[in-house]
Design a protein around this ligand. Structure first.
Ligand code: LLP
Length: 390
């Protein structure tokens, strides 16, 4: 079910003038997405922290800061960018399994809302640095709930065999240690079970696990003001136009129905992909059409350095020819110019007959597209263009 349709179109006249490749961001879609979230959390003690790693473009994070969301950060660089973009320091959370001393000091100096802590050694270092700085760190413990979110193996995080979080067996001991550390204020429990999750079942299981844990701790007189459910809501990569706005109603309803949050508790979410995924497309120009035996290749001027998801995760992105007027279609492998055989955006992709110079849109690239781009092959980083500024 799509709870808020927004039409999407590419302003071809203007886009033709821009040198390729570049990310094109449809700001109407971003705003409609943010509004859809607001409608679903209104009246509930829910707070969404946007996961900046999905897209840290200054314009995008500035818009998100203005819409009243907080930010979830994973490095000192992201803390600096979020503060610059105008997020309130109290509304910043800092996650990550390997926080270094300068990054922790920066978080303490900015007095951020919460450190999501992943181990006892990390707790001890934060405690020591906070003591040196004569301050207290607000902390949530990241729990690994051992729930399989059935997502790609590189982006699953909530099962016991990966590096993230504190295992259920170690949790009680870690909570007790955290309570005893003088410069740590234990505020909550944090969970994140994976990314690109399209079934609500893993979230229902997460709620059940959290309810059980809460009851266990309440019996010992330990109360957590914050429950952080992480992020992970998926988007529809195959039908971006039919599903421009993710189904936030279905997602938040899971927590409204299944999570036993108390009146004085805050429930936090760290959504990334579902906020920015559908507003961005990578726009590229066809350099050549190449034929090899029975295969036809569309060779683009965008490569895996601009969008690495297909090469890294075999991720599927819908691809559109924006300029061909041909009524016939053909199957092409869509590839980039980088010297790697994995520099392929799609195989056997049906497109209208495509010619040198045609503009190609790789859709649903707003999340983990620009933010994972690199200068591999000494290529330039892709540019960014915004629908309301061209
Ligand atoms: N919170 C934590 C602790 C996370 O590790 C992540 C993402 C998020 C929140 C946001 O998750 P989202 O709502 O965006 O699913 N590069 C991969 C995705 C990696 C996700 C890493 N963690 C991709 O392109 O699919």
């Amino acid at each position: 079910m799509v709870n808020n349709r927004t039409d999407h179109h590419f302003p071809m006249g203007s886009l033709q003038q821009v040198s390729t490749p570049f990310y094109y961001y449809d700001m109407d879609i971003l705003h409609a997405t943010l509004d859809a979230i607001k409608r679903q959390i209104e009246g509930y003690p829910f707070k969404v922290h946007y996961a900046v790693k999905a897209n840290g473009n200054p314009r995008i994070i500035n818009e998100i800061a203005q819409s009243g969301l907080g930010a979830d950060l994973v490095s000192g660089g992201e803390i600096q960018a979020a503060v610059k973009a105008g997020f309130e320091p109290q509304e910043l959370t800092y996650s990550g399994v390997g926080k270094t001393d300068w990054e922790i000091r920066l978080g303490l100096d900015k007095n951020i809302g919460c450190f999501n802590v992943e181990s006892i050694p990390e707790l001890e270092v934060i405690n020591a640095l906070a003591s040196e700085m004569d301050t207290t760190a607000r902390v949530a413990l990241r729990v690994n709930p051992d729930i399989d979110a059935h997502t790609h193996k590189y982006i699953t995080t909530g099962t016991a065999e990966n590096k993230f979080g504190i295992t259920l067996e170690e949790l009680e001991n870690t909570v007790k240690q955290a309570i005893e550390l003088p410069n740590i204020e234990l505020r909550g429990l944090h969970f994140h079970i994976g990314s690109q999750i399209t079934s609500m079942q893993p979230y229902v299981m997460l709620c059940e696990t959290v309810n059980k844990l809460q009851d266990q701790f309440e019996q010992q007189g330990i109360h957590f003001p914050i429950l952080n459910m992480g992020g992970g809501l998926g988007i529809d990569y195959s039908h971006p136009d039919e599903c421009l706005i993710p189904d936030f109603k279905q997602y938040f309803d899971v927590f409204k129905r299944h999570l036993n949050f108390k009146q004085d508790q805050q429930v936090h979410f760290e959504l990334g992909r579902s906020i920015v995924g559908q507003c961005g497309s990578l726009i590229s120009r066809t350099i050549y059409i190449k034929e090899n035996r029975n295969k036809k290749f569309v060779i683009l001027d965008a490569g895996m350095n601009d969008l690495i998801r297909p090469a890294l995760y075999q991720a599927h992105h819908a691809i559109q020819n924006l300029t061909s007027r041909d009524t016939q279609s053909e199957a092409y492998d869509i590839v980039g110019p980088v010297c790697e055989s994995s520099d392929v955006f799609a195989r056997d992709c049906q497109l209208p007959v495509t010619h040198r110079g045609d503009l190609i849109a790789i859709r649903s690239a707003g999340a983990y597209g620009e933010s994972m781009s690199s200068t591999y092959n000494m290529r330039s980083l892709p540019n960014s263009i915004f629908s309301d500024k061209i």
